[in-house]
Design a protein around this ligand. Structure first.
Ligand code: ASP
Length: 450
């Protein structure tokens, strides 16, 4: 059996919803359907979730909210009209929203979650009606009622372990199930949501719970590209990659899933397939527990800007017991997480995401390093980008680094740092932000011949 998830663009209007019905009913194994709230219909459109947040904020500010409420209701009304569903569907949605507002308690975060969840909840109800009207009986599922239990960290909830056992019985359902993504219920019966984009998490949880053969995640691209299409024209498509390849690629700029979204599917070793609602016959990209890669093959090249490095130099650093611990302790005490720490005999660099360290914090940290570690030299370098070359096939393959550095040399890209070996499946290079695109193009030519 397959669990399928459709994102916001796939449920944005009636035309898209009709495509979903076609996709789901074309394969009898597609039995659990997770849906997002209606997303953008065009570039400048607003997602229903954002409309709901605006509505909740207006309510919380004590202002008249009719305009914001109508903006949400109108989105559903448009879908109802275009799908020719009974008009009272819209009245029910409006009553649902008013009920959530009237039921507001003293906890604002809890109220915000109840409002945000209305997006997927009403979307699922409407889509279940659309399936049934098209002659395919489908049932809306209330997440709380079937055991989607979440922690009470409103807006950032996590699934509770007991949910999996409870949700497992969904595999016995005879109808197509339409399950709203993004939210569940706390043990106290309150609605709580995952972080934004959390319908992916719902799908992964359900796929794990019912031990699906595959978790199909439908979006609006045919497949995941091996390189950033904004930098490289027509990059090759990735047919298949492993979970850890995906994790490494998404660390540096691949926006496939947000990292934590698929953890439940990964733990249960459920293969994930990323497919296109607008072109469902395209094979998509498979993300699998393991694969046998071609020797020396690279699956993708990614990059992300916005890093800085603190470089520390001290003669005989290698003999000084506790140097590394004391250095990292300074960062810990200042509440800063670090990304990488490449080191030499007498020097170490700490790479940080610039967003995690303000100018004041930076001055404070540098001062503490000078006073507490007495280095010969401390320098901070800003404006760095990380470029990653990822592939299971790189493991123990000689010459991969030489190929990359040779490409950089030819392109005139100056390397600030190389980190190879810590991960078996990737090489990481730090370059100046200004050199990033040049670096990516050089690697594209070297590894993909493009
Ligand atoms: N609708 C929610 C959001 O926009 C969740 C999702 O679409 O996955 O973040």
């Amino acid at each position: 059996m397959k669990v399928v998830k459709f994102g916001g663009s796939s449920v944005a209007n009636a035309e898209q919803i009709s495509k979903i019905i076609g996709v789901v009913t074309a394969d009898a194994d597609r039995r659990i359907v997770v849906v997002s709230a209606p997303g953008k219909r065009c570039k400048d459109d607003t997602k229903v979730t954002d409309l709901l947040i605006a509505l909740a904020n207006t309510v919380l500010a004590g202002n008249d909210f009719e305009k914001e409420l109508n903006a949400v209701v109108d989105r559903y009304a448009e879908i109802q009209r275009e799908l020719d569903l009974p008009a009272d569907v819209v009245a029910v949605i409006e009553a649902d929203l008013r009920g959530r507002i009237a039921g507001r308690g003293s906890n604002n975060l809890q109220f915000m979650d109840a409002m945000k969840a209305a997006g997927e909840d009403n979307s699922a109800k409407l889509i279940a009606e659309a399936f049934t009207k098209a002659g395919f009986p489908a049932k809306y599922v209330n997440p709380g009622e079937v055991g989607m239990l979440l922690s009470d960290e409103f807006g950032n909830a996590e699934v509770l372990p007991e949910s999996f056992e409870k949700l497992a019985s969904l595999k016995d359902a005879t109808e197509i199930l339409i399950f709203p993504g993004f939210f569940g219920e706390t043990k106290g019966g309150e609605v709580a949501t995952f972080p934004r984009g959390g319908s992916d998490i719902t799908g992964a949880i359900l796929a794990a719970a019912v031990k699906a053969d595959v978790y199909e995640n439908f979006t609006d691209v045919d497949s995941v590209c091996a390189m950033d299409p904004r930098v490289i024209d027509n990059p090759p498509a990735i047919e298949s990659m492993t979970y850890r390849e995906m994790r490494e690629l998404s660390y540096a700029g691949f926006g496939v899933f947000h990292d934590e979204a698929i953890i439940p599917a990964v733990h249960a070793e459920i293969p994930i397939c990323i497919k296109n609602t607008n072109n469902p016959s395209a094979p998509g990209t498979m993300v699998v527990p393991r694969r046998t890669p071609e020797h020396g093959s690279v699956v993708g090249i990614s990059s992300a800007g916005g890093f800085c490095s603190i470089y520390i130099d001290k003669y005989m650093m290698n003999r000084e017991i506790g140097f590394g611990r004391r250095l990292l302790q300074i960062l810990e005490e200042e509440g800063i997480s670090f990304e990488h720490t490449p080191s030499g005999i007498d020097n170490v660099s700490v790479i940080l995401a610039s967003a995690n360290i303000s100018n004041e914090k930076e001055a404070l940290v540098v001062n503490r390093i000078k006073e507490e570690l007495k280095p010969d030299n401390v320098t901070v370098e800003h404006g760095l980008a990380l470029v990653m070359v990822v592939g299971e096939g790189m493991h123990y393959t000689a010459g991969m680094a030489a190929k990359a550095t040779g490409a950089f040399r030819e392109a005139g890209v100056n390397l600030e740092m190389i980190n190879q070996g810590a991960s078996e499946i990737s090489m990481m290079f730090a370059v100046k932000d200004d050199d990033r695109e040049k670096a990516i193009r050089a690697l594209g030519a070297a590894f993909f011949g493009i």
